[in-house]
Design a protein around this ligand. Sequence first.
Ligand SMILES: [Zn+2]
Length: 394
Amino acid sequence: MYKSVDATVMRQFNKRTVLNVLYKRQQTSRVSISRETGLNRATVSSLVDELIAEQFVQEVGLGTSKGGRKPILLRFNANAGYAIGIDLQITHIDTVLTNTRREVVYQNRLQMAVHKKPITSKLLHTVLTEEVRAATAVCPKSPRGILGVGVALPGLVSYETGRVTYLPNLGITDWSIAADLTQSLQVPVAIDNDANCGAWEAFLSTGIPNLLFINAGIGVGAGIILKGQLHRGRDGIAGEAGHTTISTLGVLCSCGNYGCWEQYSSEQALARYLREQGGGQVDAFAPGFVDGCIEAAQSGNQAYIQSWRTLAEALGVGISNLLQILNPESVYLGGTIAEAAPIILPEIQRVIRHRAMFANKTVPVSVFPRETVARGAAGLAIARAIDMLPTHAR
Ligand SMILES: [Zn+2]
């Protein structure tokens, strides 16, 4: 039995299809869109006119023709509007302002002095509001202005409800962050887990449909893309790989368990390895901790070199476990730990060759730059605002 589809819904669906074609192509024409989508020319023309009126699409001159009228070329207006993406970590906040193609036009890293004040949701609300206002102040003039804000968070959060369930290393629970920020900023705010944002950005920028994004900083998490979709699991909390056990009688974790992977492969682990090497009171929460550890290793300090090696081995073990389960095409490393790539990647790859099986031994592992998670968060805001990027929601 067939049900009639509401005409408005159908038009919205077709408009999204047209916008997707325009987004994918550098330049195209109404005729080409009609050919590519199977929509008739009158429908395409009407939808394109609407998109031009909304300033998402521009006419940019005439194309070539094998006879007959030359087609008017159309281009997606990447600067129709902007989005703000925020990567909230324990020791810092990365903010980017991007256009609708997620091209970064402004970025900022704010170090958080975590020891000076306890980090509460109230304090974070204030800091996030200030970061959004700073990015908004430098936003170029555009027809649509700020389309939205995306916030990536280190922990259990609900993409659908915009609520934080639990941020382990901050000790924050049950926070209606998206609603709170939407109210004070007066723009739509969307949230997701930080590794999910990184994975999604990795997928959008590489097009690889099966990949793993490991976000390693104070904590460790994984974002999983399977068949071009973000894998969220039943309760939206898939990818909490940092809290899988790699040592049954191991170090006590902030989640309450013992021997979690992140206790061996995060900044906190690095600080502990250094203390065990006689490094005195090393503090992972101190500003510039990772940068200092990279410099020390590069200048030949053996305690630092050994600590990085131990951390890389643990990262390799956890990644090998994930490779065995998921068999992805690529693994990407992000977060502050990824900034030590030249020091740690060879060891990670050695462990994978040793521990993973068959084709998993040769799955490439590479790094993404520091703004990746924030860009993914901006992409989330764009997708929410104009329904154009591949869906992040499912
Ligand atoms: Zn844990």
